[in-house]
Ligand binder design. Structure first.
Ligand SMILES: [Zn+2]
Length: 140
């Protein structure tokens, strides 16, 4: 389906195939088409390069939080609850720190799983579960 704009009356109409000249069904004007120079009106606009690039691990999402930063924080400072403080969940950070103390560091196994999760989950899931969630202490 090719779309044309009539140069005389300005109306838009379509033909099934590429043609050299067309007759406007509205006003009867016959005009030459230069196929390729008058792109079809209905053609989808090309997205600018890079517009469809998915959000990278270290890119900030809509919430302003990066799961890459969260992953590094939980990996290096997770025992202190650093990632929960980063995610705006201070109470969760304190719980996390207490759990590290109470379990003598065994809790770190969970933190390793969280590190892995942050790196692998989608930005959308990350923000839903860890940023926008009303939970004070979201685990997974
Ligand atoms: Zn016309």
């Amino acid at each position: 389906m090719i779309t044309y704009n009539c140069p005389k009356c300005g109306k838009t109409f379509t033909t099934q195939t590429e043609v050299q000249s067309v007759k406007c069904p509205y006003c009867g004007e016959v005009f030459q088409t230069v196929y390729g120079q008058q792109p079809a009106q209905g053609a989808p606009n090309q997205a600018p390069y890079g517009a469809q690039r998915p959000i990278g691990v270290f890119d900030e999402g809509p919430s302003g939080k990066s799961r890459g930063v969260a992953a590094l924080l939980v990996f290096f400072l997770g025992g202190f609850g650093a990632h929960y403080f980063y995610l705006g969940k201070a109470a969760g950070g304190i719980i996390c720190f207490l759990l590290t103390m109470i379990t003598c560091g065994l809790w770190g196994i969970i933190l390793l799983i969280q590190t892995f999760l942050f790196f692998t989950m989608s930005q959308e899931d990350f923000e839903r579960k860890f940023v926008y969630s009303t939970s004070t202490f979201p685990l997974f």
